[in-house]
Design a binder for this molecule. Structure first.
Ligand code: SF4
Ligand code: FES
Length: 382
């Protein structure tokens, strides 16, 4: 049982507006950059339909207005339609985040009838063979192409989500062209964030500075061309700019994540933090978790900060960066995110980013039980 902690100003936190619902960790794809934890939740531990219905009811009452129904692959839940209907009944806008594998016309019609509002499709590459290699599954690209056509025919907004890395950054122009051809309303080009499987595969995925510079230029050019037609989003790379991102819009500030077994986290990667003692919807109401749990109050606001964040002018803008990255790289989640050039640990991102690599190692594909425990983080610099 967690205790009530409120280290901030003593005021109740503003309610969340977004919920990431990780319905299952099962997935037909095996992407090496996956942000799911290395230890994937077993299907036997997943929340039931009734439990998800109750979570969404509580979320709606708290003021959540948007949910990403994600995974793993949410289409593997046979009760997905009922979960969508529960969100709709709670007044929550639903976006399905899917690989497209397993989507057919009848399923999409049932989901749309249940209240599904939009679809975000993951894409690994514009070239089918390269895409299938990155996803670790033959014919996955063809399934995505079919899924995109179905979504457009159903009249739902379509977003493409591309995680960018060494093996697809040079294809950014072709990926944008693919989005245009598939009728996407939005293309999110998200440079890999190195947690979980992404961190494990960092040496294979880290791009060169030249690759990034070329891709950035391409995105700027295409954004001008496509203005008013397609929303082109570029999620900045963590290791290269010397700037920490305002991860999740701040810890426990705008959104919460519910994992397949009902654990509630301030961000999808927070399960990796030791001693967080994250609460679960099986033991506590969602509103109590948001407002009073130790896990959600641990890094809320700025009181927890040490130097250099504590006295930094940007602390209310980036909230000291990402706690999960700070832990993954330094072993201490309360340190300044090493992505920030002011961090005493900045060398931990600068050195790998600057290292010239010849032959990258092969991917460790995301598969249950595929991974050895991750290497222990380097000790923090005092
Ligand atoms: Fe942000 Fe902390 Fe870096 Fe300041 S020192 S820019 S608050 S991460
Ligand atoms: Fe957890 Fe950034 S991913 S705080």
């Amino acid at each position: 049982m967690t205790t009530s902690v409120n280290p901030g100003s003593g005021r109740e936190p503003a309610p969340p507006w977004a919920l990431l619902a990780e319905l299952t960790h099962a997935c037909p794809l095996h992407c090496p950059y996956c942000s799911n934890p290395l230890e994937l939740a077993r299907r036997s531990t997943e929340l039931s339909t009734d439990e998800w219905t109750d979570v969404l009811r509580q979320a709606g009452e708290m003021g959540v207005v948007h949910t990403h129904l994600s995974g793993g692959e949410p289409l593997l839940r046979p009760d997905l339609e009922r979960i969508v209907a529960a969100a709709e009944g709670a007044g929550i806008y639903t976006q399905l985040v899917t690989s497209g594998t397993g989507l057919d016309e009848a399923r999409l019609a049932a989901l749309t009838a249940a209240g599904l509002r939009s679809v975000q499709l993951s894409v690994q590459h514009a070239d089918p063979r390269a895409a299938d290699r990155i996803a670790g599954r033959p014919a996955s690209f063809a399934a995505k192409e079919r899924a995109a056509a179905l979504v457009r025919r159903a009249g739902l907004p379509l977003g493409l989500n591309v995680v960018l890395h060494r093996d697809n950054l040079d294809a950014v122009d072709a990926l944008i062209e693919l989005g245009v051809a598939w009728g996407a309303d939005r293309i999110e080009l998200a440079n890999t964030q190195f947690y979980g499987w992404g961190l494990l595969n960092r040496a294979a995925l880290l791009p060169t500075r030249d690759q990034l510079a070329r891709a950035r230029e391409t995105v700027e050019r295409r954004r001008e061309q496509l203005a008013g037609r397609i929303d082109l989003v570029w999620v900045v790379p963590d290791y290269f700019d010397g700037v920490a991102k305002p991860c999740m819009g701040g810890w426990g500030a705008v959104s919460l994540t519910v994992t397949p077994d009902g654990t509630v986290l301030p961000c999808p990667a927070a399960a990796s933090l030791p001693d967080l003692d994250p609460p679960t919807v099986r033991d506590h109401p969602l509103a109590w978790i948001w407002e009073h749990s130790a896990a959600f109050n641990r890094f809320r606001g700025t009181e927890w900060m040490t130097g250099p964040c504590r006295s930094c002018a940007r602390r209310e803008e980036d909230f000291g960066g990402c706690r999960c990255q700070a832990f993954a790289l330094t072993g201490d989640a309360a340190r300044t995110d090493p992505a920030c050039a002011l961090s005493p640990d900045h060398h931990l991102v600068r050195e790998p980013a600057d290292a010239g690599r010849s032959e990258p190692p092969p991917y460790v594909y995301r598969r249950p039980g595929a991974v050895p425990a991750p290497a222990p983080p380097s000790p923090p610099v005092p």
